[in-house]
Every structure is written in C-alpha cells, then in structure tokens.
Design a binder for this molecule. Structure first.
Ligand SMILES: *Cc1c(COP(=O)(O)O)cnc(C)c1O
Length: 395
C-alpha cells in the first residue's frame, strides 16, 4: 500500500530529513526521540484536549454551506478553523508545542512569523504558560502587520524586527534558527507550519490532525459516513492542509485538492506557487521543493496573502504532489479576492485571505452533484480588512 506518512528516517519519499548545523544536532535529536512518546502519552493528550476544548474553543463546527453548495452543484462543508481563539488553526499547534516544551524542561520559546498569526498564537500560549517569548519577524512584515505586532507585545512577547534579505518570513526563520543555535539547551523553537527539519513536519501535522479527527466524527453524524469525496485546503507551509488530511492520507477514496498562491500569475515572476515552480533543494533544514534560481539562490515569493508567502513547502506536501496523491491548483490574488467576496456575500463569513485561496478552487474545478466536499476555512478575515478595503470596489 502507498504510504504518505513520514518514515523512520524522517522522509516522505525523497523529501524531508534534517539538514541542520552540528550545534543543533543534539537538540533536534532529543526532540525526535521524545515527541512521539510525549504526544501519545495519556497525560499530554488529556491536557492538550482540555486546552483545545476550553481555551481554543474546539471542536470547531463543520458547517454545511447551503448557498455555496447550490451555486457549485455539490455538497460543501466548511471546517470552521476561523472560529478558534486567535482566529485560525495556528493555536492547535502552539498549544501542543508549549506543552511539549514544558515536558522537555525548556524555559524559553522562540518563533518566526510572517503575517503575525503564528507569532500571536505563540505569544498567547507563552502568556498562558508563563514562558519567555521572542518572536522574529521581518521588518517589512512588522510595518505591514502593526495590529498583530501590538497584540504580541501586549501578550508579553519580545518582537525582534529582522533586517536581512527581503525582511520577510524566510529571513525571520533564518534569524530564529540562529538564535536556537546560540541557545540550544533552554530554548524550544515553535515552528508554525509543517516545515523545518524532522521531526517538525510530522510533529506539527500530528498536532493539527485534530482537524481531521473531528471531521471524521462530524461527517459520520451529519452524513452517515466518516469520509468525504474531496478535501480542500490552502497551502503555505502546509499545516492547515496537513491537519485536514492527516487521518485520510492513505485512504484513497478521499481526493485531496490543495490551493497554492499564484500571486500575480504563475509566469509573472511574482508568485508563491512553489509546487508548480519549485525545484528540489534544501530550505530551513529540510529537503523539499523550493523556488530558487538556477544557481540555488532562493527566489523572493509574492502573494497578496502574507500567510502563503513562503518560498518552500512542507516535505509531506512535496511528496504528495510529486506522487499524484494531491492535486495542487494555483489560485492568484484576483481569484482569491473574488472568492473571499463571494463567501462573504453568500454565507456571511469573511475569510482570511489564505483561506480564500482554498475557496478559489471552486472557480477552477467542477464537481458532481453527489460529491461530498470538506474545505478547511483556516482563518478569519479580520487581519485582512485593510487589503480587502483596498482591492474590492464593492465594499
Ligand atoms: C498561516 C496561515 C496559513 C498558511 O499556513 P499553513 O501552514 O500552510 O496552514 C493559512 N491560513 C491561515 C489563516 C493562516 O494564518
């Protein structure tokens, strides 16, 4: 049988692994040895699920989108991650990792953030658990995401503006890794997506897998079967998609359709369509597909949505795309804006710009009337209001 989960060596097919500096080796190795045992232990699971339920507000509803279903001639359910505390799926991962860090006797947390959603989710759980928190953020992003920077500061985190490179997410990640190299003993690095060296991609996907565990139960209740025909999600690094599909990875009855950001168009030179445009290389500790020049320089990605603006992609998704397990469509800025407006007016839900890319799939692919579809609505649109106001004439 095909297996799309990580193997013992930390690979998904040819992708993954842990390409890290010597100084981090013992750190990553102890994490690798500890994470599965800790995550699977009953005390961790109990504490994690109590927080997911009582603090983050889970289970998130599985909402039947009636008007959208009618328009596209199929049955569409939305998995409402936008209703979580802090506004997206990111809290699932940060709650899990802070519990893990505590059990590994870490006293200090570092994180990278692009749009600031992961930074806010990390600062939130650090306040909750009384841990020191340093968030690295590109200076460009600090300037364009002021509200999230203010939230992180109010929550007690130190926000460090990064001035190297393009001053965005990739540069913030480099700086976080540098910090980790200097403080390998007391510090845990909470990576915000299914990227980075093994075991991060698998660890983050497992923590996010609560999404697909709930989908199974909710579909069984609503439809009398525990699997859909299609799962749809957007992919930046791949964590909301990873969580949405985790329980169905090897279940080939379930087709997986992912949306990556085409920015101003695949051929425009301004996109973040890593799967369409990427080639094999190493970024932030993992072998995966990334957007790079012929001589191996990382190309600056672009998307209207800061959360999808990453030049790499999680190794799990690189493997699924390469082997044909997933179908990956590139949705551009304009299509995402249109899809956001459509959801807003048809269902009364303002989605995050990232999630709007997933919604953009309905304009690109047709479905049959009896197709049962679950789309992960990864976050809410509050943080994107300025962009929406700028770009949508009818507001
Ligand atoms: C960060 C973010 C994403 C992209 O990250 P993934 O790891 O690919 O899920 C998507 N949607 C929202 C709302 C986000 O905040």
């Amino acid at each position: 049988m095909d297996n799309y989960y990580v193997n013992e060596e930390g690979y998904y097919g040819e992708f993954g692994g842990a390409y890290i500096p010597e100084i981090l080796y013992s750190n990553v190795e102890s994490l690798r040895k500890a994470y599965k045992e800790i995550i699977n232990s009953p005390t961790f699971q109990q504490e994690f699920h109590t927080l997911l339920n009582d603090y983050a507000g889970r289970p998130s509803p599985l909402y039947f989108a009636g008007r959208l279903s009618e328009k596209y001639g199929c049955k569409i359910y939305l998995k409402r991650e936008d209703l979580n505390h802090t506004g997206s799926h990111k809290i699932n991962n940060t709650l899990g990792q802070i519990l893990l860090a505590k059990r590994m006797n870490k006293t200090r947390i570092i994180a990278e953030t692009g749009a600031g959603q992961h930074g806010v989710a990390t600062a939130t759980v650090c306040a909750l658990m009384n841990m020191d928190c340093v968030v690295y953020m590109g200076k460009t992003d600090v300037e364009r995401q002021k509200l999230n920077v203010q939230k992180m500061k109010m929550l007690g985190a130190k926000v460090v503006p990064v001035t190297s490179g393009n001053m965005t997410l990739k540069d913030a990640t480099n700086e976080a890794i540098r910090d980790w190299c200097c403080n390998p003993v007391d510090t845990h690095y909470i990576i915000g997506s299914t990227v980075g060296p093994h075991p991060y991609p698998d660890m983050v996907a497992r923590l996010q897998s609560v999404i697909s565990k709930e989908i199974k139960i909710q579909l069984q209740e609503k439809e009398g079967r525990d699997y859909p025909d299609y799962l749809i999600a957007c992919v930046g690094g791949g964590s909301n998609a990873g969580g949405t599909i985790y329980e169905y990875l090897n279940d080939l009855r379930v087709k997986i359709v992912l949306a990556e950001a085409a920015g101003k168009g695949i051929d425009s030179g301004e996109s973040a369509a890593t799967i369409q445009l990427g080639t094999v290389g190493i970024i932030h500790g993992a072998k995966t597909l990334l957007m790079q020049t012929e001589d191996g320089q990382i190309q600056e990605p672009y998307s209207i949505s800061a959360g999808l603006d990453y030049p790499g992609i999680g190794p799990m998704h690189a493997n699924m795309a390469k082997t044909g397990r997933s179908e990956v469509l590139a949705v551009d800025d304009k299509e995402a804006l249109q899809a956001a407006m459509e959801l807003t007016r048809m269902e009364g839900i303002i989605p995050a710009l990232e999630s709007a890319h997933a919604l953009g799939v309905f304009g690109k692919k047709s479905f049959n009337p009896d197709d049962l579809i679950v789309l992960c609505l990864s976050g809410r649109g509050d943080k994107d209001m300025e962009t929406y106001i700028q770009h949508i004439n009818s507001i």
